[in-house]
Design a protein around this ligand. Sequence first.
Ligand code: CP
Ligand code: NVA
Length: 305
Amino acid sequence: MTAHFRTLKDLTPTQLLQLLDRASELKRLRGKPEHPRPLEGKTWAILLEKASTRTRISFEVGVHELGGLPLTLVARDTQLGRGEPIEDTAKMLSRYCHGVAFRTFEHSRVEALAENATIPVINALSDDYHPCQLLADLLTIREETQGRLYEVRVAWIGDGNNMAHSWMLAAGLLGLHLKLACPEGFEPKPEILAAARAMGRGSIEIVRRPEEAVRGAEVVTTDVWASMGQEDEAARRREAFAGYCVDAKLMKLADPSAIFLHCLPAHRGEEVSAEVIDGPQSRVWDEAENRLHVQKALMEMLIRG
Ligand code: CP
Ligand code: NVA
């Protein structure tokens, strides 16, 4: 059976930790002659139904460094953008390419691509999940904690969105203690919360006030208030999220060694203050770089089957 990476649930805790180890090794080997080239002679498609900067660049550079050809397809310029079914796209891509990273809207489109493809499918962000970003975030945390992930205390501030959902699965898989502070009506989806809790490790708590989530946290993280596809709701969301800005006053309640993460792009003055994202506790550039290393480890793992 073809292995896919649709959500973090596609990995066991052991596989996830091995993948992070390998990502650190590839980071160390970058640019050296002994760096592996498992995609030599192979092509990896990067199929985008939403905008992307980091995801596109990190996959293109990553495929290139693994010896393969990255093939970026902006969906609106393809027949997919004119209504060709995702199922047919999966079958066609499987005849040309050796893997595909897919960024889309409804998560069911990722599932449909994977069900109909005979090559590995990576979820490069859907409305419900952003698992590649979580791999990078976990690597960034591990670099700060000398390898510890178990029982790390994480505060999520803001929208119960695709990133929040992926944090919940990471908590359930690895045993993180996650507190999410979300305004009323913007909590994570209950079925994803239940699935994450059912994984049985760590703890996940939904609270209302950012101060409550942040107290004692070792990692403070947030995301935009209006995700891609929610542009029409931006004004209403700005009102609902007032008071949910990660600023220096909020960071003071966290553990003194706490780091700040953000998947980017960020809106300074909305979900995070410039003082925090550009300040000494921020690790957002390491986090963005780590996308490259984790995705290389992921593609290597999937191609080797
Ligand atoms: N964090 C992230 O996925 O960024 P892009 O939308 O720029 O790819
Ligand atoms: N939640 C954001 C993440 C962007 C990387 C979105 O889906 O737009």
